[in-house]
Design a protein around this ligand. Structure first.
Ligand code: MF3
Ligand code: CO
Ligand code: CO
Length: 291
């Protein structure tokens, strides 16, 4: 009897938190349920344990190394497919898998989104021109752990509109990250981004959002880059998600091209994006794709 009870207490928690049952759903005091069980049941969010976070951090370092490698290649005359090949080969050489390849039918190993392309640009024979703004989005799987990050690079002499939208998008990411701490909500992140972007006369894309990540490419929750202070799911330690604001110089609306992937601004004005994978800590936030 004693033996059986002890074994049950030590099994992995049925909620999938990765904790022992006795450290997770078995704990109930005065109706209080441990966060991993609560977030799983209420929001379908899988909180990550220390082992998960170490794995995602390791993948994240490789993603940042990949972006650093690709930054040196960005120049007029290079095709987006060449960038794709460099990302693919660098990833495989490092014993990892490019998550986009064959994801829901996506045919390449990364997304390359130039100028009016908001996101999900498919690498092709399109040539980078002097003055383009070029987003490269890298998602990598290493040892089953996913990390996701992107940057918008300047190719040569970029005009004032391009410089502005890239700077505003980067600042949106930084302000979003600064809003991440236990007790704040997803709405606080969205508000931090939206209020800054719109204050700069830019618009925030609504049709694509950040997302939980780590054990899969896209997990709960959705992380909108717009919102109201104190609204939405409260942040708690162990949540891992992306913030990836897509910021437009003109209208926020988009059009999906006939390839069923490429999202372009409806008015064909410039769009820029920066993305990182973050973990909520006891005291605030840590980037798992730090740049
Ligand atoms: N990396 C993108 C994101 O930030 C998703 C790309 S999906 C793909 O969520 F299929 F286009 F790769
Ligand atoms: Co993402
Ligand atoms: Co991404």
């Amino acid at each position: 009897m004693k033996q059986i009870k002890k074994n049950v207490r030590n099994i992995p928690c049925p909620c999938g938190s990765g904790l022992k049952y006795k450290k997770c759903c078995l704990i109930k005091k005065n109706g209080w349920v441990n966060a991993a069980a609560l977030y799983q049941q209420k929001y379908n969010i899988r909180l990550k344990n220390q082992q998960d976070i170490e794995g995602i951090r390791r993948t994240g370092r490789l993603v940042v190394d990949t972006l650093d490698m690709i930054e040196k290649k960005i120049k007029a005359g290079v095709t987006t497919d060449e960038l794709n090949t460099w990302v693919h080969e660098f990833t495989v050489k490092n014993s990892a898998i490019p998550a986009p390849l064959n994801y829901k039918g996506f045919p390449k190993s990364c997304c390359v989104s130039i100028n009016e392309v908001i996101c999900h640009g498919i690498p092709s024979q399109r040539l980078i021109k002097d003055g383009d703004i070029v987003n490269v989005d890298v998602t990598t799987i290493l040892n089953n752990y996913y990390a996701d990050a992107n940057k918008t690079f300047l190719a040569g002499a970029v005009g004032s509109g391009g410089v502005k939208i890239v700077n505003v998008a980067y600042q949106c990411l930084r302000r979003g990250i600064a809003a991440v701490k236990p007790g704040n909500t997803l709405g606080d992140i969205g508000w931090a981004i939206q209020s800054y972007a719109e204050g700069e006369g830019c618009s925030v894309v609504r049709d694509f959002v950040g997302h939980g990540v780590g054990l899969d490419f896209h997990e709960a929750p959705e992380v909108p880059h717009y919102g109201k202070p104190s609204a939405g799911i409260p942040l708690t330690a162990g949540m891992v998600f992306t913030i990836e604001p897509m910021i437009n110089l003109g209208v926020k609306e988009l059009t999906i091209l006939d390839d069923n992937w490429t999202a372009v601004t409806r008015d064909r004005k410039l769009s820029a994006q920066f993305e990182q994978t973050l973990v909520v800590t006891e005291t605030g936030v840590e980037s798992l794709t730090p740049y």
